[in-house]
Design a protein around this ligand. Structure first.
Ligand code: NAD
Length: 291
């Protein structure tokens, strides 16, 4: 029997705990945690992501602010805005929704965020801390995956984990986290220049796929009983009301028959990522208020 790693249900449960904690903090006379987001331009997917982050904040009792700027906003004015938010003691978390338009240097923008409120965990200081296993903000998606593995009791110690993808926001931190002391997996990282990825995944106890290619992982690439974590989300044209379907990086229906546990798309890693951001914002808030 394959276990479906239900990120939607788990995230709902974890969000409920955050909501209860915020209720108690407010009853004790503390202000609400506050997440700020900067959204540049009109990208539809980015707007959807920011809207859902606002909705999540509202649900758990966080305050949220969205600073919308037009696509032609200058890098300098964005840096000014970030500087102002950095100084605002009432704001616990700041995220800049990526991608930003081409004339803006994304690295410079991320580096200008105060690492203490960088709840996306993208600042080099936080990435550095992660790589030496120091307490930091683990970026939301890898954090969500780790939580899911822990909550479902997936054994990682001594297991072979193959991470497919090496991006700064998913694959790279994921591979570091899985090999860290405490998780103790043996990690192989595959990427676009890896010939025959299946050679590696067929020997893996855990496969974490983050490539952005719909149905990339096929059943003949998977070991019987393995745990499969599908991070991919791609919009694929479809004849439905929305005009698209969300597809993961795993050929779900066929891989499900062979593996031991699997995350669906949607309803797997996505909701856990949203929870990750709430977790990090609450963490920053508690640090600020010495709670
Ligand atoms: P990215 O484009 O930055 O990185 C993709 C990685 O895949 C690269 O490291 C590349 O080397 C590797 N790759 C590409 N083709 C490959 C191939 N043929 N074989 C092996 N490796 C290959 O993407 P990303 O930001 O890491 O995101 C990956 C996917 O995860 C996307 O679909 C994205 O939408 C999704 N995502 C989902 C969440 C979530 O909350 N569920 C969060 C972030 C990203």
């Amino acid at each position: 029997m394959t276990t479906i790693l239900d990120g939607k249900a788990l995230a709902r449960q974890l969000r409920g705990k955050v909501k209860d904690e915020v209720t108690q903090l407010r009853a004790a006379g503390h202000r609400a945690p506050h997440l700020a987001a900067i959204l540049v331009g009109e990208d539809g997917a980015s707007q959807t992501y920011v809207n859902s982050k606002e909705k999540d904040c509202e649900y758990v009792g966080f305050e949220s602010s969205v600073y919308k700027r037009s696509a032609d906003t200058s890098e300098e004015s964005l840096l000014d805005l970030i500087n102002t938010i950095n100084k605002n003691e009432q704001i616990d978390g700041l995220i800049v929704q990526l991608p930003v338009p081409k004339h803006i240097n994304a690295t410079k923008i991320i580096e200008s965020i105060d690492p203490d409120i960088d709840v996306d965990g993208f600042h080099t200081l936080n990435v550095g801390k992660l790589s030496i296993n120091e307490d930091t903000y683990i970026s939301a998606t890898p954090f969500g995956v780790i939580m899911m593995l822990e909550e479902y009791g997936v054994e990682t110690k001594g297991k072979h984990c193959v991470v497919i993808g090496r991006s700064n926001i998913v694959g790279r931190p994921m591979s570091i986290l899985m090999s860290q002391s405490g998780r103790d997996a043996t990690v192989t990282v595959c990427h676009r220049h890896t010939p025959d990825v299946g050679t590696y995944t067929r020997n893996a106890d855990i496969v974490i796929v983050a490539v952005g290619i719909p149905e990339f992982l096929k059943p003949d690439m998977v070991k019987e009983g393995a745990t499969i974590i599908d991070v991919g989300i791609t919009r694929v044209d479809a004849d439905n009301k929305r005009g698209y379907l969300l597809k993961g990086d795993v050929e779900y229906e066929t891989v499900k028959e062979k593996c031991g546990a699997i995350t669906p798309v949607p309803g797997g890693v996505g909701p856990m990522t949203r929870y990750g951001l709430l977790h990090n914002t609450l963490k920053s808030y508690k640090k600020k208020l010495n709670l």
